[in-house]
Ligand binder design. Structure first.
Ligand code: BV8
Ligand code: ZN
Length: 253
């Protein structure tokens, strides 16, 4: 059993959540860690093994689509085997409870592993895309909109667009790429409306996602951070719950 924050801190966070009119939840790779999905920046994380700037960028993909697709195919074969953990389940429960009380709720995730949906979250805002979706690299008429490619492992690398025969790219936001404007609008609107935001398992290093908790606090909202360690947000958050999300969130709920 990992060390958990003292009861009083959990109660303080629970009181904030109970009184919330609009609850937003922002998650990063840490919420999936206990499902067995490697995080990015923790020790032996994804980015220890690979230099991600050579992988998670459009230039890297254009330079060698097969190489980048091999990395994503490997991650897909990892992710297809894992299941949501109690942290994902607790977030889905929070959503159901807020909806039952006819209060506002939004889940914003940086994760591309689809685990929130599998846990029952109805409409996660996937800021960085989804590892099971692809789109035509040339944005041909029928292939420009994201569509599912669920083969794991992939039958051919790089996978081809069924409409024009060109190659498809992962529907994932790489560094230096714009996020989907609709996702940004929804995420910042949720942050503006939220009087409480729970930030779970993110190092808060990547923008524009890392700006969201500050938008909540600018409007007088409260921020609860759930993280194994200290991040740039910890000094500003109203309540910091240090420990594994898979043990803290179920206690909160
Ligand atoms: C953009 C896809 C506009 C690939 C990813 C402003 C200031 C500074 C920099 C920028 C800025 N604006 C833009 C930038 C550049 C860049 C950026 O932010 N760089 C950072 C690194 C400095 N941002 C962008 O490029 C974004 N685009 O802004 O467009 C634009 C466009 C053109 C020109 C100018 C501007 C695009 C960002 C999306 C990048 N894509 N991934 C892939 O995943 O395959 S980001 C990548 O990092 C992942 O998606 C991941 O989701 C994300 C964040 O990482 P985390 O989720 O936080 O994971 P991490 O491992 O870091 O942390 C895990 C945490 O969990 C830790 O804190 C750990 O303690 C904790 N934890 C671990 N286990 C547990 C736990 N907590 C609880 N329980 C546990 N069990
Ligand atoms: Zn196409």
């Amino acid at each position: 059993m990992a060390t958990l924050p003292e009861r009083s801190l959990i109660d303080k966070a629970a009181d904030l959540i109970r009184g919330a009119q609009y609850l937003a939840v922002l998650t990063g790779a840490g919420v999936s860690a206990e499902s067995g999905v490697p995080t990015f920046r923790d020790k032996d994380g994804l980015w220890d093994k690979y230099d991600v700037t050579t992988l998670a960028t459009l230039d890297a993909f254009l330079a060698d689509p097969a190489f980048v697709w091999k990395w994503y195919d490997w991650r897909r074969t990892l992710i297809v085997k894992v299941a949501p953990n109690p942290a994902h389940d607790a977030i889905a429960k929070l959503e159901a409870r807020m909806k039952l009380a006819e209060k506002g709720f939004a889940l914003i995730t940086q994760n591309i592993d689809n685990l929130h949906r599998l846990a029952g979250s109805s409409d996660p805002i996937e800021l960085h895309g989804n590892i099971w979706k692809v789109r035509c690299l040339k944005s041909c008429r029928k292939g420009a909109a994201p569509f599912d490619l669920l083969d794991s492992p992939l039958k051919e690398i790089p996978p081809k667009c069924p409409h024009c025969g060109g190659i498809v790219r992962p529907h994932i936001v790489w560094f230096g790429e714009m996020l989907d404007p609709e996702d940004i609008r929804r995420a910042f609107e949720a942050a503006a409306q939220a009087d409480v935001m729970i930030v779970v398992g993110t190092s808060n290093l990547v923008y524009p996602s890392a700006a969201l908790p500050y938008h909540v606090m600018e409007d007088g909202g409260k921020v609860i951070e759930v993280n194994l360690g200290v991040t740039g947000l910890s000094g500003d958050a109203d309540v910091v719950l240090t420990g594994p999300a898979g043990e803290i969130l179920p206690k909160l709920v």
